[in-house]
Design a protein around this ligand. Structure first.
Ligand SMILES: Cc1ncc(COP(=O)(O)O)c(C=O)c1O
Length: 423
């Protein structure tokens, strides 16, 4: 696509954008700045306008029916999670019996590791990316320790080559192959939070399975951002949060995928709770856990209905927009952002390095700026651009196809140019 760094070009693109009506379905945080440019959906998505009503519906039900709400009304709370399965299928490329929502992300990571990280004296290594989100690193560290292994011995991090910022798939595969049968679990993110690199989940999964390991992914930065085919890729399990691209409230409910080959295996060991027990007998209060024969067999506690209601509202927008349309727009919009940044930097001789790989990215671009770059970030922020700053010298910017426009990107470029000129 041929881009132009002009207001006319950006407006024309917005007019032709089949998803343009969705911007109006979100609350833009105008109190931050009257002309806010929100490029921070990689951290916290915007509030969908339909979300409040969906949550209020459940508050009303609680007011009107109290405990009977578990069994009465549109979505009885006992089964509330079931209403979310179908709308998630296209986003994750998975079947309804492989998808559920519960708890929060790090909790679910530990919960699923109780099943999928069961090390032995000879097979105990966890292969992960260097520079994974700290919570994932802490989770791996504590899991290794719980099982009596030293972190440095059990956890093998794959790093970028010298002078490179992102990982090569061949190096990930090679590491797994070299470690061979000592690998118990390959645990990667789908999209690295810092660099924005999308990992080749299909190839990584195949490599992990080849050495007999389980393979799991943290999809915090992938969910609702890039096309996923979790079932066909044969991934064992995945977890994610819903407060980023899925716009389902701060600290919102987390999602879980367990491939049906595992999910239907009720003999797999797990940390059990009553909501994972055979639902026909759940209220008989009997002794002896009997797992549901699908992903719901990993549920622990009764449904977090208000968070699930918020998620349901957001999922309805995804269903209307459709993942293929969203990813198509995302490619154009992020391509435009890259073009605008490069043009501004070229004309002003300002050295911004985009470290997110063009051929493996979602909507986020990670920019390395010179050391005094925090001043530039502060300038952007004062002029209405909400992105985020990572010490010591990086800015993450994410134009989200559901609610960002080409004009946002054009305006960002103008503010960036002015910020650079101000020095
Ligand atoms: C990749 C990744 N993993 C884990 C987390 C932690 O999520 P939570 O605080 O919801 O457990 C985050 C949060 O941003 C994340 O980006």
């Amino acid at each position: 696509m041929e881009y132009k760094n002009t207001a006319d070009f950006a407006r024309q693109q917005d007019q032709q954008d089949p998803l343009r009506k969705f911007r109006d379905q979100f609350h833009l945080p105008a109190k931050l700045h009257q002309d806010v440019i929100y490029f921070c959906g990689n951290s916290l998505g915007l509030q969908p306008k339909n979300l409040r009503a969906q949550v209020e519906k459940e508050l009303q039900k609680w007011q009107d029916l109290a405990v009977e709400g578990h069994f009465l009304g549109d979505h009885p709370w006992m089964d509330y999670h079931k209403a979310l399965k179908q709308p998630m299928t296209d986003i994750f490329g998975a079947k309804p019996n492989e998808l559920t929502v519960m708890n929060s992300l790090t909790v679910n990571l530990h919960l699923l590791m109780a099943t999928f990280y069961r090390p032995t004296a000879t097979r105990y290594k966890i292969v992960m990316e260097a520079g994974a989100f700290p919570s994932d690193q802490y989770a791996m560290e504590s899991q290794a320790k719980i099982h009596g292994f030293a972190y440095d011995d059990a956890v093998v991090e794959v790093s970028p080559r010298k002078g490179e910022h992102t990982l090569r798939t061949e190096d990930i595969v090679q590491t797994i192959e070299n470690l061979g049968e000592s690998v118990a679990l390959v645990m990667f993110s789908g999209v690295n939070y810092y660099t924005g690199q999308v990992f080749d989940m299909d190839t990584i999964t195949k490599a992990g399975h080849k050495v007999g390991a389980y393979v799991g992914f943290d999809l915090a930065h992938a969910a609702g951002n890039v096309a996923l085919h979790l079932h066909d890729w044969n991934i064992d399990f995945a977890v994610w949060c819903t407060y980023k691209y899925l716009n389902s409230s701060p600290g919102g409910i987390s999602g879980v995928f367990i491939h049906e080959k595992n999910a239907t295996d009720t003999s797999l060991p797990r940390l059990a709770g009553w909501w994972g027990h055979n639902e026909d007998e759940r209220f008989l209060m009997k002794k002896g856990f009997e797992a549901m024969p699908n992903v719901d067999g990993w549920q622990l506690s009764n449904a977090q209905v208000l968070l699930q209601a918020a998620h349901l509202a957001s999922l309805q927008l995804f269903a209307q927009a459709g993942m293929p349309q969203l990813t198509a727009k995302s490619k154009k919009l992020t391509g435009y952002l890259e073009f605008v940044i490069r043009e501004v930097c070229q004309n002003s001789h300002y050295p911004i390095e985009i470290i997110t790989p063009t051929e493996a990215r979602g909507c986020q671009l990670s920019l390395l700026v010179p050391q005094e770059g925090k001043k530039l970030f502060d300038y952007l922020h004062t002029h209405g651009v909400v992105g985020d700053w990572r010490e010591p010298n990086s800015i993450r910017i994410a134009p989200v196809p559901l609610y960002n426009s080409f004009e946002d990107v054009y305006r960002f470029g103008q503010i960036l140019k002015n910020g650079i000129q101000q020095g």
